[in-house]
Design a protein. Structure first.
Lengths: 202, 469
């Protein structure tokens, strides 16, 4: 069960660069354990710290600014979350406290990882995203709106991700309910494509 | 949740034309549609590696869910394994051996097939999967690794996912997907002398951007694609994730079937009617089409911090984001040719197959890298590639030229906290990503073909491989 995402009112922290990659969001060297925890400290390590080893914060990095301390919304440019499929990038963001990312566009694996972890990825026009910097935004997933300074911006999201996020659904538990039909399909498929099922060497 | 019954494709010839190759694979793996409009798509193969696989396997075990068909799940140690001689579970990355030992324990407990550190078949996921015939035309294959798109070169629908999705595929045998959009990128004509599939990929990125693929399934087609050998097709498909595509795919042809036939997990013969259907029908439409004249492509090198920051090797550096110029230390309007480099790397799932090593060795034979090169590595893509290269004496060519010859793994395609290049190095690298810090803090990476890496290592500066005679 994920934490459901319904509404969020928070400060939008601008990180308005294109092609922010998951190596930067969580460098490989910061992925020190085989689990999903303990990653927030390494979030954006190359940009967030002037001395990564000593963890000296860079005061100019947006997340380090005093007004970002309660910010749960991150703003990005085009192709946010590109690069490695590492879900650790989303785990790090979630552990740090980010619940929503608004960007011009997202890399597909990163976006799917957000949805599986209760983080809402919102796509809006570049000029709109840029106008949100440091504003307090009201996000409603049910209404599919972001409200900034009284202006309502609608965003699109597919039905299934919306439902998964709104209800905090566990995708595996949900799919396991379809196991009978999956089994039937697989039985038929074994007859059609036996070569797929030669898991042990042919 | 209500589940609607999807039209079932009982026999393959009933597939109604015209459809794209991707649509045919999608339809033949379609189990049902969910109330939310997503689709349950059957997953034929899951491939894990130690960097992200342990998390998925451990989480699955902790939830008490078994792997639904362990015979179709594979794992390999590639990401952080040591590539120096005599390796064991120890890693240069501090704490890295836990990833290896925990993946091994979890893989054994789950009953999946593991290619361990010193297994004969060990290698980079996307190199060994085709070598062993685990990926096949028309199958669905997922791995928690973005470069899984490489395997689309064999005509599979293969794509990278997160750890949670890997867990989902192992537990249920399906993934919940929204139907992706489709794109065809047609390379017409023929490639010029010294121009490689890597240059095709970098050219596409330079002209259409790192977000240009935007979640599409990209079919590569055209005479310059069908003219590539299987390994070259893998290089081209490998960088589809750099294009932000969901994945890439190339229609299988006689070359594909003869490459795979008889490999360990592949059929001995591809004689089922299913295989003949695996092509895009005449008249099938794509959401987007891009056409590129392959004869206009030059050897490419990246100049900045995104793969889209790539250019023809003899061009001048364009104006890009200030942050990219600042990190890479090169100004717009200047030339890349002649830029001093400190290190060279030949490896990765992009360019470390036997043909890549042969072409690089051809340039290095009888030559030596420049004295200014402080580190030069060749890391074969798999243990099988390493053995085959050694049987041809390629290892001796590289060593005589001043390269180190390593055991197989992902190695310095990325910095995991252990081995890196000398501080402040500018590297020329046959890998796929030139992100800030990708190969180590402050390391400036230029990605290019193995030929360009070899030519540049000889010259000590970024050099055009066509001019090495």
């Amino acid at each position: 069960m994920m934490t459901p995402f319904t509404t969020l009112c928070s400060t939008a922290v601008p990180l308005l660069r294109d092609n922010v990659d998951t190596d930067t969001i969580i460098p490989s060297r910061e992925m020190k354990s085989t689990g999903r925890n303990g990653l927030a400290d390494g979030l954006f390590a190359p940009w967030r710290y002037t001395d990564v080893a000593a963890r000296v914060p860079d005061p100019d990095f947006p997340l380090n600014q005093p007004k970002a301390q309660t910010g749960q919304i991150l703003l990005g440019g085009a192709n946010f979350g590109c690069g490695s499929s590492r879900e650790h990038a989303v785990w790090a963001l979630a552990e740090y406290g980010i619940r929503c990312i608004i960007a011009e566009s997202f890399a597909p694996i990163f976006r799917a990882n957000c949805i599986r972890n209760g983080l809402l990825p919102i796509t809006l026009d570049r000029s709109v995203v840029n106008s949100f910097g440091w504003q307090t935004l009201d996000v409603s997933l049910f209404a599919q709106t972001v409200t900034a300074a009284g202006i309502v911006h609608e965003f699109a999201i597919e039905d299934e991700p919306q439902l998964m996020l709104l209800e905090g659904l566990d995708a595996i538990a949900l799919t396991l309910k379809s196991l009978p039909e999956i089994s039937v399909w697989t039985t038929n498929d074994r007859a059609r494509r036996p070569w797929v099922y030669t898991g042990s060497p042919a | 949740m209500q589940v609607r019954e999807a039209p079932h494709l009982a026999t393959w010839p009933m597939i109604i034309s015209p459809k794209t190759l991707f649509e045919k694979i999608w339809d033949t793996h379609h189990v049902s549609q969910t109330a939310g409009g997503a689709h349950l798509i059957a997953i034929d193969r899951v491939f894990l590696h130690e960097r992200t696989g342990a998390a998925a396997l451990k989480s699955l075990a902790a939830s008490g869910r078994p792997v639904c068909d362990p015979t179709r799940v594979f794992a390999v140690m590639d990401h952080i394994v040591d590539t120096r001689p005599g390796r064991g579970d120890g890693t240069l990355m501090e704490g890295g051996s836990a990833f290896i030992t925990e993946t091994r324990a979890a893989a054994n407990a789950a009953g999946i097939t593991l290619f361990d550190v010193n297994d004969r078949d060990q290698g980079i996921t996307h190199v060994i999967s085709p070598e062993l015939g685990i990926v096949l035309p028309g199958v669905t294959l997922v791995a928690p690794d973005s470069h899984t798109c490489t395997q689309g070169a064999l005509g599979a629908f293969a794509w990278g996912i997160g750890s949670s999705e890997a867990e989902h595929a192992m537990a249920t045998g399906v993934l919940r997907l929204d139907r992706p959009k489709t794109m065809r990128v047609t390379f017409t004509g023929t490639l010029g002398f010294g121009v490689t599939p890597k240059d095709m990929a970098l050219h596409l990125l330079a002209t259409h951007g790192a977000g240009g693929g935007a979640g599409h399934v990209v079919e590569f087609a055209g005479s310059a694609v069908s003219g590539l050998d299987i390994e070259g097709r893998m290089t081209l498909c490998n960088m589809a994730t750099e294009f932000s595509a969901m994945t890439a795919i190339i229609a299988p042809d006689e070359q594909t079937f003869s490459y795979l036939a008889g490999r360990r997990y592949a059929p001995a013969k591809f004689d089922d009617p299913y295989w003949a259907l695996l092509k895009t029908d005449e008249g099938a439409t794509f959401d987007r089409e891009i056409v590129i004249d392959a004869s206009t492509i030059a050897p490419m090198v990246s100049w900045g911090t995104s793969p889209e920051h790539s250019m023809a090797i003899s061009a001048t550096i364009p104006q890009g984001p200030d942050s990219a110029h600042a990190y890479i230390g090169l100004h717009p309007g200047t030339s890349l040719l002649g830029t001093s480099i400190d290190a060279a790397f030949i490896g990765s799932c992009t360019n470390a197959r036997l043909s890549d090593l042969r072409r690089a060795a051809d340039l290095l034979r009888g030559r030596h890298i420049a004295p200014s090169i402080r580190k030069a590595l060749v890391v074969p893509g798999s243990s099988a590639v390493k053995r085959a290269a050694e049987a041809e004496g390629l290892d001796k060519v590289f060593i005589a030229a001043g390269f180190e010859w390593r055991a197989s793994g992902c190695s310095l395609c990325f910095f995991a906290g252990g081995e890196s290049f000398p501080e402040g190095s500018r590297t020329i690298s046959s890998t796929n990503r030139n992100f800030e810090g990708r190969q180590g803090p402050g390391i400036r990476t230029h990605i290019a073909s193995p030929e360009t890496v070899a030519a540049s290592a000889i010259a000590g500066v970024i050099a055009d491989p066509r001019e090495v005679v």
